[in-house]
Design a protein around this ligand. Structure first.
Ligand code: AMP
Ligand code: MG
Length: 339
């Protein structure tokens, strides 16, 4: 199929109108959000949702996040909504924050992969909100990448992975946040952080004092263990080059990579000029926000260096650094070198 390129930078009105028409007729459209580019389909259409799973090659048991463009739409997606959800909505919506709630009847079962819960987000990016409002549809939208690859933070990343496999891509700017939303489940005994993102545990605990951080945020699931969030059990975000996460100070990291052969480094800008192997900086170690913006791009870029292994200097786990660390440890299939 030909993937239509809708240029929202130069022709915004026409692009959002056409995207909305395609979605209303059951098509699938990649579009920018503030976190990463998403691959959207009507959350009411079982066949459109199945097309999303097929285009991405996504495992059938990994549920999707449904996006809404007003608090009013929440009741079309979820039911039995607890007070805590409204408290979180007031604080973190619109924005990079997703809640898992009891699923409403109208949402296609394929969206939640057969679970009786649904993940919901009200994004802040204007393009997706305008398309939701114009179409009148809640949009299920996982990241617009081939399953397992780094998430897309530019339209070019989407085209690299999905050109010819989806109906259209809305070409907007680069994503401001760069990592996927924070996911919190509000259906168990206590609120549970399933995936870290730009809304940090420190911010969440002010609204949800009894928040629990799921073990799977930083640890690999044990054989046979059930995932609270099915997406966390898969190998994710991986470059084609074999990747290792390295923990240690700048001096040790530089020394470590400089004595290796046939390898590259993904490093901080502070150590860039001391490294003698092929290297890419993903920003200053003091600015976790910049590291988040760049992390998926550098994971894609490293393959062009054509080396056997890449060593990635681990960020701090402070603030949004926890989200960056969580993505990198998965990109490295939990292979960590401690210096
Ligand atoms: P993605 O859309 O690719 O950013 O992935 C969505 C993430 O949300 C995955 O990690 C899913 O496992 C998680 N998720 C979506 N729906 C649910 C749900 N109903 N319960 C738990 N986790 C969910
Ligand atoms: Mg994804």
């Amino acid at each position: 199929m030909e993937t239509k390129k809708l240029d929202a930078i130069n022709d915004y009105g026409n692009s959002v109108n056409r995207a909305s028409e395609i979605l209303k007729s059951g098509g699938i459209v990649a579009l920018p959000t503030e976190t990463v580019y998403g691959l959207a389909a009507s959350a009411y259409s079982d066949s459109a949702i199945k097309a999303v799973f097929t285009a991405k090659g996504r495992p059938q048991d990994n549920p999707l996040i449904v996006h809404i463009s007003s608090l009013d739409m929440l009741k079309d997606v979820a039911c039995d909504i607890p007070d805590a959800a409204y408290k979180c909505a007031e604080k973190f919506w619109p924005g990079p924050f997703t809640m898992v709630l009891p699923k409403g009847d109208k949402i296609a079962n394929s969206v939640s992969a057969g679970l009786n819960t649904v993940a919901v987000r009200y994004p802040s990016e204007k393009t997706i909100c305008d398309i939701i409002s114009l179409s009148g549809l809640p949009l299920a939208a996982p990241s617009a990448n081939t399953s397992g690859r780094p998430s897309p933070t530019t339209a070019a990343h989407v085209i690299d992975d999905l050109d010819g496999k989806i109906d259209a891509v809305v070409i907007g700017g680069d994503c401001a946040v760069g990592v996927e939303s924070t996911v919190v489940s509000l259906v168990g005994d206590c609120p549970r952080l399933l995936r870290p993102g730009a809304v940090t545990p420190e911010q969440l605990k002010k609204v949800l004092p009894d928040l629990v951080i799921d073990d799977a945020v930083l640890e690999q699931l044990r054989e046979g263990e059930k995932a609270a969030s099915p997406g966390m059990k898969y190998k994710h975000y991986a470059p084609k080059t074999e990747a290792f996460l390295v923990e240690g100070c700048s001096n040790s990291f530089v020394k470590f990579v400089n004595q290796k052969n046939d390898c590259a480094a993904i490093c901080f800008e502070e150590e860039y000029y001391s490294i003698n192997v092929p290297k890419i900086s993903y920003g200053s170690k003091r600015n976790e926000g910049t590291l988040a913006q760049n992390v998926f791009s550098v994971l894609r870029d490293v393959d062009a260096l054509d080396v056997k292994e890449v060593y990635i200097h681990a960020p701090s786990k402070d603030g949004v650094g926890l989200a960056v660390y969580n993505r990198l440890i998965r990109a490295c299939a939990f292979k960590v070198v401690v210096l």
